[in-house]
Design a protein around this ligand. Structure first.
Ligand code: CA
Length: 225
């Protein structure tokens, strides 16, 4: 299931879009100003962003510009202004598509579907090594999932790196503590469990039912890709 982030300050419009997209099977995130919108867009939780141009705190173009500094999440600009210039500016700043208000929900749903499909099919190749949906670029110290950068702390990056380099191999908590934290196993092993839980929240679609970072009862953890 895909998650759509709606960045729009008119609550009635958010409610209308949200209601209709939920019926189409999407999960919805909403932000009512540009600052919050940017924060959510960069959280990695959205598969596509519907971005209004006229917004409080930060306008849509500025939000888009900042999103593109670190993320390739598909963005559809929603503009009330008809001027061609706006559309062109939006596309040059890195928008994937645009919709002019007033729009039909049907048109919007079709554009969303097309843009999600397109970006899913044409991930640009980057540097680094691929492991299932993950790509590890040690030069950039970055790990992406399905082309989107995961926002990891240094420790989370180190842990995931350790697993990516040992696919399907069970790693005990003691080993992780020793290799990643660097202490011997007199350290508190619960720190490992806490870190693994946080990591799952960042990379699993459903942290309660992990598909990648698996637990091997009584033995440790392993990565399934
Ligand atoms: Ca607006």
């Amino acid at each position: 299931m895909s998650t759509i982030l709606i960045v729009e300050d008119e609550k009635s419009i958010v409610d209308l879009i949200s209601f209709n997209l939920k019926r189409e099977g999407y999960d919805i995130l909403a932000a009512y100003d540009g600052g919050k919108g940017l924060e959510l867009a960069l959280s990695g939780r959205a598969d596509l962003v519907l971005l209004d141009v006229m917004l409080p705190v930060m306008d849509g173009f500025e939000v888009l510009r900042r999103i593109r500094q670190s993320s390739s999440v598909p963005v559809i600009m929603v503009t009330a202004r008809e001027e061609e210039q706006d559309k062109i500016l939006g596309l040059e700043t890195g928008a994937d598509d645009y919709i002019t208000k007033p729009f039909s929900i049907k048109e919007m749903a079709a554009r969303i579907k097309a843009n999600i499909r397109r970006t899913a099919g044409t991930q640009k190749p980057q540097g680094g090594d691929t492991y299932g949906p993950f790509r590890l670029d040690k030069g950039l110290q970055s790990i992406t999932k399905n082309g989107r950068a995961l926002e990891l702390t240094q420790r989370e990056y180190d842990i995931l790196c350790y697993f990516l380099e040992r696919p399907a191999q069970v790693v005990s908590r003691e080993e992780l503590m020793e290799k990643v934290w660097g202490y011997d196993y007199y350290g508190d092993l619960r720190a490992v469990d806490v870190a693994m839980r946080r990591l799952r929240e960042k990379l699993e679609d459903d942290p309660a039912e992990p598909r990648y970072l698996m637990t091997k009862r009584g033995a440790g953890y392993y990565l399934q890709v």
